[in-house]
Every structure is written in structure tokens, then in C-alpha cells.
Design a protein around this ligand. Sequence first.
Ligand SMILES: NC(=O)c1ccc[n+]([C@@H]2O[C@H](COP(=O)([O-])OP(=O)(O)OC[C@H]3O[C@@H](n4cnc5c(N)ncnc54)[C@H](OP(=O)(O)O)[C@@H]3O)[C@@H](O)[C@H]2O)c1
Length: 283
Amino acid sequence: MTGARTAATKMTGQPTQKEETMNARRIEGAVALVTGANRGIGRALTEALLSRGVKKVYATARNPEALRALRDERLVSLRLDVTDADQIRAAAEAASDVELVFNNAGVALASAIADSTDLGQARREMEVNYFGPLQLLQRLAPTLARNGGGAVVNIGSAAGLTNLPFVPTYSASKAALHSLTQAARFLLAAQGTSVFGVYAGPVDTDMSRELAFPKTSPRDVAFAILDGIEAGQEDIFPDPFAVDFGRRFQSSPKASERQVAAMVSGEAARASRDQERPECARA
Ligand SMILES: NC(=O)c1ccc[n+]([C@@H]2O[C@H](COP(=O)([O-])OP(=O)(O)OC[C@H]3O[C@@H](n4cnc5c(N)ncnc54)[C@H](OP(=O)(O)O)[C@@H]3O)[C@@H](O)[C@H]2O)c1
């Protein structure tokens, strides 16, 4: 494991020992379900779950053909578009023995809020990033209760804690997911279900291709998430950027907002300078 695991452990080692013990879930021998398992963090999570000894993984994707590269006899492929209520119902029926649910599928589409054409993209972000996990939770909560409680793991983003204005509506959808995570943690505690929120920084996947920040590999992020679950850390910061971001957010949400504004302004100023003097950009 790389520095990401150590960093995450340092950051998330905040809760008391008692809290960690109550929330902790074993990966080995468990039955998991992952949305958006065909690429990026979802695929890395599926591979990490298999390598940590799960009994079974329901690997779900909009197009199950895209799961072909994942080969393991413990893997069950399911078609699941998280915005399709019928597919959610069918997947929930098929996965009646599930214990760990990973709400991973996500999209980041809009890059502005002052453009009316972005409204459709912003709505789509909400459909996939918020209503998808909400519907899955509604369908699978009774299953988790029957199976001894289990856990829900919502793959959110640092952007859900402090809005990153270069992805403003995506950040808002992840803030909605964060809020849902808090509610679910409280409401499902009585049935013994642990609810984990993951607040990742930039991860090296298709989604962040355009981002000019240092990025953590999806593999390292996936293992850090599983470490967090096994340690019972309800808020998981699975990479060095997230650890730093989370620490600043926890000490002062307002200071975090101002720091992000300064960072985005600095990036914008640098980009416009580079455009005016292209030789600097190449240097
Ligand atoms: N990459 C980052 O920097 C970063 C940082 C923080 C949080 N995250 C979060 O991590 C999660 C995974 O992102 P990623 O980086 O792995 O992105 P990615 O490489 O773009 O993968 C996104 C995954 O979501 C699936 N998906 C999209 N819409 C879907 C739908 N309606 N139903 C089911 N699956 C759908 C995609 O399936 P198709 O192949 O069918 O499109 C794909 O498997 C997301 O929730 C994202 O917001 C990512």
C-alpha cells in the first residue's frame, strides 16, 4: 500500500475506539454490490473486494458487457442504470443476500451555473449522484436488515463538503449525497446498518481527465476505502488531497470555502496568463 493508506488512517483515526468498533464491517467473507463497477473507482473497488476475500460481488453496470474484463467465479454481473427504477428493483431482487452496498456510480457534467443550457446536465448529476443512491437505499435497506445490518458506502467527494466552483452543480449533487449519508446513518442505525461517507479528492479516472491536480490511483483509493470500513471510520478520506481537505473543513468550513475560492482564482489567473503567453505554458 502507498502513502494514501497511511494518510487516510491518520486522518480518519479521529473517532473514539468505541465508535470504530460499532461501525466496523469485515470485508472477508461478505457479499457486496458495486454500482458503476465497469471502470474507474468502481472497477478498482470490485477488484479490491475480490482480493480482500469477499464471498461474492454483484458487479453492476449500465452495460454488463463492459464487465467482461473482470473475471472471477465470485463475481455476478448485473445490469443496473441507477436512474432506472425497474432495473433497481430487479437488481435488488437478484442481490437478496447482499451485505455491503457501494453507491459508486457518478457523473460530473456541467462546468458553469450562469448558462441556462447547463440545467439539463445539473439535473442529470442529481439523478445519478443523489436520486440513484437514494432509490437503491430505499430498495436495499430491508434486505440489509434481513442480512444482519450490513453497510452502505456512499462514494461522495471532498466537493460535497466545500463546493469546488469549477464543478459547481456536481459539487451540489455530492452535498446532497453527503446530507443523505448523515440521515441514513441515523435512520438505519436501529437496524444495525453502518453508513459510510467517502470524501475523495482527485482520482486518476476518466471523470477527472481534464483536472490539472495531482491524482491518486483508483486502486489506492479503493484499498483505503476498504481499510476505512474495516476500521469503522464513518467518514473516509481515502487519499492525501482528501485528508488535507477534510482536516481544513473540519477545523473551519468557512476557511475551507475561502481557501477553495483562492485556489480556483489562482488557477483561473494562471490559465489566462498562460493563454496570453503560450511560451510560459510550454516551459
Ligand atoms: N475521479 C475523481 O476525481 C473523483 C473524486 C471524488 C469522487 N469521485 C466519485 O467516484 C465515483 C466514481 O467515479 P470515477 O472517478 O470512477 O468516474 P468514471 O471513471 O467516470 O466512472 C463512472 C462510473 O459511473 C457509471 N455511471 C454513470 N452513470 C451511471 C448510471 N446512470 N447508472 C449506473 N452507472 C453509471 C459509469 O458507467 P458507464 O461506463 O456506463 O458510463 C462508470 O462506471 C463517482 O461517484 C464520482 O463522483 C470521483
